[in-house]
Design a protein around this ligand. Structure first.
Ligand SMILES: Nc1nc2c(ncn2[C@@H]2O[C@H](COP(=O)(O)OP(=O)(O)O)[C@@H](O)[C@H]2O)c(=O)[nH]1
Ligand SMILES: [Mg+2]
Length: 337
């Protein structure tokens, strides 16, 4: 990697999930230079540091993604100045509710127009959130149109267990896993890691189709093997694994992660995906514990099973421009921003 110091990398959290994940990521040592947040709800940003844009939203109505997009119009200049100067913008949002689904595609478009390479990281709804699937599917498709790369993260795959947990526990658990995976992928060079570097991450995700990021940990005898296969199973639930063309595998453990284990993981990846021609990069971080966490970022998937969430996806004739809606009676808010 030759130009890491001159590259301005921005991570932008959108909505409640996006803000929490990016804020947690900001506490890790990574290649991200700058952190920023956009949301409708000030309480998302209480303990968050960095640039912030809060969209004025009515609190007495159930918001929808098109409403939030409409309400964001007066803030477009502010949003554009957040992304100003960034060469690479990672947009992180949970999809399925109003803010992330509504704003992530707009922000990704603004960032792309400002000249940044834009990669969106889409956190998809839990299985129990069936009602959120429609908006999540629509937003994912829009992100694909407005970003150079889209990385799909499945909320269910981030959980080790859900029995007896509160929603806050689920979010905390999922965020810890997501941040560990993103942090290891975007790790800086240090004594405790052999990072993969920004160029390879971007080269992997800036491809046609979708990328998936999945991770799993194991402490068993065959921990690398077991974690690796669980991470791949996480992807196989939502995509056709044999479509994978590029992959990065990151092993995070203690100083006992051996070269042999790493080599085995790299060698076996192609056959586990059923895609022998896949090109594989790897990285190792020795800052973990006795368990091994394996993160797999794979790209080249032509579609995802989330497309089934979006009944419009199959109707090619439909007008596909982004809809902005402004509630009647709310037009005045446009000028309060
Ligand atoms: N992993 C994770 N998912 C979250 C978190 N908060 C919300 N979600 C999920 O993200 C999706 C969108 O929710 P949320 O971010 O609250 O909506 P928004 O604020 O309107 O964008 C839903 O599927 C939530 O279950 C979080 O902190 N971590
Ligand atoms: Mg919210």
């Amino acid at each position: 990697m030759s130009n890491s110091t001159s590259t301005q990398v921005l991570a932008l959290g959108i909505g409640s999930a996006g803000a929490r994940i990016v804020s947690a990521l900001s506490k890790e040592t990574t290649l991200v230079d700058r952190f920023a947040y956009i949301t409708c709800d000030e309480s998302d940003l209480e303990s968050v540091e960095g640039s912030k844009v809060v969209i004025d939203c009515p609190i007495d109505q159930k918001l929808t993604p098109p409403m939030v997009r409409g309400l964001s119009i007066p803030h477009q200049q502010e949003i554009a100045s957040l992304v100003q100067g960034a060469k690479v913008v990672f947009i992180v949002a949970g999809l399925g509710r109003a803010t992330g689904s509504g704003l992530a595609p707009v922000v990704s478009q603004l960032a792309s127009e400002a000249g940044a390479e834009t990669v969106s990281i889409a956190v998809m709804p839990f299985r129990f959130e069936e009602k959120l699937r429609f908006y999540a599917g629509v937003a994912l498709r829009r992100l694909r149109q407005t970003s150079r790369g889209v990385v799909v993260v499945d909320n269910d795959a981030l959980l080790k267990t859900s029995s007896g947990a509160t929603i806050k526990d689920l979010y905390d658990m999922a965020n810890a896993e997501a941040v560990k995976a993103l942090g290891s992928l975007l790790a800086r060079q240090s004594e405790a890691s052999i990072p993969v570097g920004l160029n390879k991450v971007l080269g992997t995700v800036m491809q046609d189709g979708y990328s998936f990021l999945s991770s799993a940990s194991s402490g068993s005898v065959d921990k690398t093997e077991e974690a690796l296969s669980r991470a791949i199973i996480g992807i196989s639930k939502h995509a056709e694994t044999k479509e994978a063309r590029h992959a990065i595998v990151v092993l995070t453990g203690d100083s006992g992660v051996s070269a042999g284990e790493t080599a085995t993981a790299v060698k076996r990846l192609g056959s586990m995906f059923g895609s022998e021609a896949m090109d594989v990069e790897y990285a190792v971080s020795y800052r973990g514990g006795a368990q091994v966490q394996v993160s797999v970022l794979a790209s080249g998937f032509k579609g995802t099973r989330y497309d089934e969430y979006d009944p419009l996806a199959s109707l090619r004739s439909i007008d596909d421009s982004m809809d902005y809606s402004i509630q009647s009676g709310l037009e005045g808010l446009e000028f309060c921003g």
